[in-house]
Design a protein around this ligand. Structure first.
Ligand code: IPM
Ligand code: MG
Length: 358
């Protein structure tokens, strides 16, 4: 089969990790007889430098004309002084909105070989954990009204959280459907004891739950969820939550797996075209040093094969290769463990994974 893939390399370590993922996809193409056509488009700080805006029109059009999108990371200190609307991060929100990607799947799964890299005590993760965070991605406080005004104490800034029933229903449905394909347990995380948006969220989730009697559903306050994740991550199967709570909880969950450098994500909407990206950032401090862990991006490419193209065997092949390489003791520097391991550069790690794919 033939697929057009838009590459948004972005800033910092973005280009190196995308290069790794592309080499893995090319190996898969050769092994399974597919053709992947890659086209790169600028996004983030590099787009500001070359075109003057973080999300050029040609980038949005290029993504819309592709079968899928693979993104590295955006941002860096060079662009931190810019006003909110011109920051690289704005491009990420813009492309998510432009492609209608309201569902963000962030799997946090403990690789058995990385048990000792998790900051949690061994007995807490003895039987591992496998959590799917379903984060709402195109609404809430990230997209609400914002600005500056004169308040009670003088100048103040404000951001607003708003959620419509429609937005809650569609992310809720995505979460229940995800749970149906897994262990059929769903935790909806909100702050309904304080926020009106959370009360509407909870009410809408309860209505949806009636249509999914097989799913064991529970509500949880976000502060409790943050605590439960480190107390007993094994209790969770699927977690559904708002844009900002999902941003925070997914970073927390990622570290439980040993490193944020391991976590992939899939952003999807109503079409099969999604955007696939690691959940970590552009890590400007290690950019260009061949130290970055390419695994989150390679796993994102595997998610793309599975969800956007329906190529499950190919996705599994990549995941098995990563399992094998980790089991053989190879680590990038971000994965801290107690056992004696070989620290690999980013390109060494990519090479090991390519070899394991065969
Ligand atoms: C993420 C990131 C982004 C977000 C930033 C870079 C805008 O933290 O994908 O988790 O907050 O969504
Ligand atoms: Mg984040």
């Amino acid at each position: 089969m033939q697929y057009k893939i838009a590459l948004l390399k972005g800033d910092g370590i973005g280009p190196e990790i995308i290069e790794s993922a592309v080499s893995v996809l090319e190996r898969i193409a050769a092994k399974y007889g597919h053709d992947f056509y890659f086209t790169s488009y600028p996004i983030g700080g590099c787009a500001i430098d070359t075109v003057g805006v973080p999300l050029p029109k040609e980038t949005v059009e290029g993504c819309l004309a592709s079968d899928s999108v693979l993104l590295g990371a955006v941002g860096g200190p060079k662009w931190d002084h810019l006003p909110g609307d011109l920051r690289p991060e704005k491009a990420l929100l813009g492309i998510r909105a432009a492609l209608g990607l309201y569902t963000n799947l962030r799997p946090a799964k403990l690789f058995p070989a990385l048990r000792d890299a998790s900051p949690l005590r061994a007995d807490l993760i003895a039987s591992g954990f496998d959590i799917m965070i379903v984060r709402e991605l195109t609404g809430g406080i990230y997209f609400g009204e914002r600005g500056y005004r004169n308040g009670k104490y003088g100048e103040e800034a404000f951001d607003t959280e708003a959620y419509s029933v429609l937005e809650i229903e569609r992310i809720g449905r995505a979460a229940f459907e995800t749970a149906m394909k897994r262990q059929k347990r769903l935790t909806s995380v909100d702050k309904a004891n304080v926020l009106e948006t959370s009360r509407l969220w909870r009410k809408t989730m309860h209505q949806l739950a009636e249509a999914y009697p097989e799913v064991t559903y529970q509500d949880m306050f976000v502060d409790n969820a943050a605590m439960q994740l480190v107390r007993n991550p094994q209790q969770f199967d699927v977690i559904v939550t708002s844009n900002m709570f999902g941003d925070i909880l997914s970073d927390e969950a990622s570290q439980l797996t040993g490193s944020i450098g391991m976590l992939a994500s899939a952003s999807m909407g109503d079409s099969s075209r999604g955007m696939y990206e690691p959940i970590h950032g552009s890590a400007p401090d290690i950019a260009g040093q061949n130290k970055a862990n390419p695994i989150a991006t390679i796993l994102s490419a595997a998610m793309m094969l599975r969800y956007a193209f329906g190529l499950s065997a190919e996705a599994q092949c990549i995941e098995d290769a990563i399992d094998a390489v980790l089991a053989a003791g190879f680590r990038t520097a971000d994965i801290l463990g107690n056992s004696k391991t070989d620290i690999c550069s980013g390109s060494d790690m990519t090479g090991k994974i390519l070899n394991a794919i065969g």
